[in-house]
Design a protein around this ligand. Structure first.
Ligand SMILES: [Zn+2]
Length: 381
């Protein structure tokens, strides 16, 4: 372990799936705000071993290599990023930026234990203020994470920077037609809700294929009455729609909804569209990201940026400070699975990038700052 004078490790112990009172291994007695590194230590049931944990371990390994730096660094291991116990995501990072409100604390697990009760049991209240970070008490947050997709593998590259974490819209769409006999109703007299829904699925796929950063998925359809000899009279289905730019996402969604309306009109179907969730995109900080790309260029020869389709703790940390992320290639893009794998060679490259990033940061003007970067504008709640 490197000299503790300039390092502060604060590690949550994931003995429960909630955010846990951390233990401070090293603490820098300095008023200077720290740079934060880390990721989550929990994962999903029957998962692999790289999602989350890699970002914590690689941060510790990087600080072991750099030794004392000119600014404090805290390594954070968050609990319950995945929402396995309380079905609410980012609990550890949410606590760190002071966003565990009464509504969140009232959420109950399958055994009826509320998040507030579980936290109190773990003594979290006493540790809350010690772990609180805001735009004045931190320089920024940098997270290394496996890509959880196949873009790096297809490109044959070990690591890349992240431009933004995609915003997403989740919709539930209901198409209503007419239930009729499958044998006696001529094709031109049918109002088949499922045939209409099939056109919707293909329209969403067509649009997403034509836009570089857009992904759209229909993952669930409920068909009524669901009989092999009855024409479907109602289909209710989901649409998951993600893009790194909120304006683009909203405008493309409007475009798709207009196409949906025209398909419904053509097929004489009734259409109801409910927006059930809308999350804004989280752009990564340009300065921190440029520094990560500078560090990545030497060992890899490229400066690739990728938008993250999945959510990460950086989403929550971004409500209080600038954030940046480095993705590491994972085999076959497989994640949340026991076969999840990142190669030792790729992890070595990521470690080299993080170490170089910290050295660059150390020699930059940011490192000597005694207050948080003034460029950060906190988003409105
Ligand atoms: Zn993760």
């Amino acid at each position: 372990m490197a000299d503790g004078r300039c390092l502060a490790f604060r590690l949550g112990v994931p003995e429960s799936t909630i955010y846990h009172l951390p233990s401070t291994i090293h603490h820098l007695p300095s008023a200077a705000p720290p740079l934060l590194l880390g990721s989550h230590l929990d994962t999903v049931i029957d998962a692999g071993k790289y999602d989350g944990a890699l970002g914590v371990l690689i941060a510790i390994a990087a600080l072991e290599i750099t030794g004392p730096l000119d600014f404090p660094v805290h390594v954070l291991g968050f609990s319950d990023e995945e929402g396995v116990r309380f079905h609410a995501t980012y609990l550890g990072s949410r606590a760190c930026v002071g966003r565990l409100d009464d509504g969140m604390l009232a959420i109950r697990d399958a055994n009826g234990v509320s998040l507030g009760e579980a936290l109190e049991r773990d003594g979290w209240q006493d540790g809350a203020t010690e772990l609180f970070y805001d735009e004045c008490s931190s320089r920024g947050y940098v997270e290394v994470h496996i890509e959880q997709g196949r873009v790096l593998e297809e490109a044959g590259e070990a690591v890349c920077g992240v431009s933004a974490i995609c915003g997403q819209s989740r919709l539930v769409i209901t198409l209503t037609g007419q239930v009729d006999h499958a044998g006696t109703t001529p094709m031109d007299l049918r109002r088949d809700a499922l045939a209409g829904a099939a056109e919707y699925v293909l329209a969403a796929e067509r649009l997403a294929r034509s836009e570089a950063d857009l992904v759209a998925t229909v993952g669930k359809l409920d068909v009524k009455p669901g009989a092999s000899n009855a024409i479907p009279g109602e289909v209710r289905f989901t649409l998951d729609f993600r893009h790194p730019d909120d304006e683009c996402r909203e405008s493309l969604l409007d475009q798709l909804k207009a196409e949906f309306a025209s398909i419904a009109k053509e097929r004489q179907l009734e259409l109801a569209v409910d927006l059930v969730q809308s999350n804004a995109a989280v752009p990564c900080d340009p300065a921190l990201t440029e520094s990560l790309l500078d560090a990545a260029e030497a060992p890899t020869g490229h400066r690739r940026l990728l938008a993250s389709g999945a959510g990460h703790d950086a989403v929550m940390m971004a409500t209080a400070m600038p954030v940046a992320m480095l993705f590491v290639r994972c085999r076959a893009g497989l994640s949340h699975h026991p076969d999840e794998h990142a190669s030792p060679e790729d992890i070595r490259v990521a470690l080299e990038v993080l170490v170089d990033f910290l050295h660059q940061y150390s020699s930059s003007a940011f490192a000597s700052a005694t207050s948080a970067p003034s460029r950060f504008v906190p988003p409105s709640p």
